[in-house]
Design a protein around this ligand. Sequence first.
Ligand code: HEC
Length: 162
Amino acid sequence: MIRTTSVPVILVAALLTGPLPVLAGDDAHDLGLVTWMGRLQYYAHKLGLAVDAGNKPLVAYYIHEVEEVIEMIEDIDDADGVPVGKLVKEILVPAFESLETAFDTGDATRLDADYNRLLGACNQCHEKANRPYLIVERRHDNPYMQRFTPSRAPVSPAPAPE
Ligand code: HEC
């Protein structure tokens, strides 16, 4: 006997094999600008703590993470009428590239100054994007369960229970 495939089964199969629907924005990898901004803040903050600690491998690591976010937001043409990609290329990328050069040349003083300039670029863009109330400022305290100093010394063990 020939089994007829029901319409719902065919529909489900078509959904499973078809291209993934684009949910929002102009790009399939668009997580939403605000999500990228959260990541940008997170990695930029950790980059600053690594700069403070003079921890070169960790600075290199967070430069890379920040760069990956920049590459994603460069591709966002428009978010709520804000030409995000254009502003990122004009304002953020030059500041970031200067910071990269400072790191590559090993100039710690310039790296520190360029890090401040990077945060200045964040705020400049927030103003241009009609969000002057979003103000990024440098923080030196470490709220993470992560060591930023280069030391590999073990964390002291908790006192033994009585
Ligand atoms: C295109 C220019 C632009 C640049 C450059 C930019 N931002 Fe934003 N940022 C925005 C816009 C627009 C929003 C609002 C997004 C929304 O609400 O949809 C935002 C939102 C935010 C927020 C609020 C959302 C949250 O997670 O609390 C933070 C924090 C933030 N940005 C941090 C940064 C940091 C840190 C940098 C620099 C390393 C930066 N931004 C660079 C445009 C920019």
